[in-house]
Design a protein around this ligand. Structure first.
Ligand code: SF4
Length: 53
């Protein structure tokens, strides 16, 4: 649903009060090059780190 972010270690899924879930990039906390809520789907990302879930 979010492209690369779905399988990235740095993704955090954040639910809001209306029942939607946003894909937040935790890299944004330490690196200003990454938006907090990246425009989806993310097709290419230099900060991508694969995780299995
Ligand atoms: S580092 Fe890239 S792929 Fe990973 S969550 Fe952030 S924007 Fe998505």
């Amino acid at each position: 649903m979010t492209g690369l972010c779905d399988t990235c270690k740095h993704q955090k899924l954040v639910p809001n009060t209306r029942g939607s879930v946003f894909s937040m990039c935790e890299r944004s906390k330490t690196d200003p090059r990454y938006p907090k809520y990246p425009r989806l789907p993310v097709k290419q990302c230099p900060g991508y780190v694969s995780v299995s879930r």
